[in-house]
Design a protein around this ligand. Sequence first.
Ligand code: DC
Length: 225
Amino acid sequence: MSVVIAIDGPAASGKGTLAKRAALAFGFAHLDTGSLYRAVGMAVLRAGMDPSDAEAAARAAWDLHPEDGILDDPALRTDEAAQAASKVAAVPAVREALLEFQRRFASTPPGDAPGAVLDGRDIGTVVCPSADAKLFVTASVEVRADRRLKELRGRGIPAIPSDVLEDMKARDARDSQRAVAPLRPAADAFVLDTSALDAEQAFAEAIGFIGSKTGLSPRGLKPRA
Ligand code: DC
């Protein structure tokens, strides 16, 4: 039986970095489920359609073959892809089409890994409701917008602070107010507010929580007593 770790949270909360590092620490496979929605959003845009068009979005989702390396496309990391993803993600048929792939990844992780870390918005609530450990990683919208701004500027992309903040608020509203699988912590999730934490402190908290729920110790660290 695969050990499943669910990590949910809003955009730029740091959940992706945490999920990647946690997977490495425990020797688990990692799936960034946001990249599935981004791939669907980009496919719709590339077909010259509108990501809010439910039929076009559903068709793109059913046609998606995540095993084909499409999730590594650098175009998925753009803001254009993020906004398109947030729109297709509100379409129930899109969520349904992507469900099986995510659940299969969790139950039989690639590379015969003994466990899987999935990060997204609805992993603990919908995709893997019986996950062994659930984390909800969050931070204030101002802190998240500031992190995104630094990330963009670090990549040499000019950005206006007020635009980044407004985009973040718009995406938060869409993700948490949609009718299907809205962004919210599962009742049994550990809520980790990283507003006042640096990356190392957040990682230590996450690892400590996962260890306490699973009885596993991260690689390279002393086994738990
Ligand atoms: O985590 P991200 O920024 O890559 O996600 C992009 C969009 O995809 C996000 O705005 C909402 C959607 N999403 C979702 O609805 N459910 C998930 N499990 C992951 C992402």
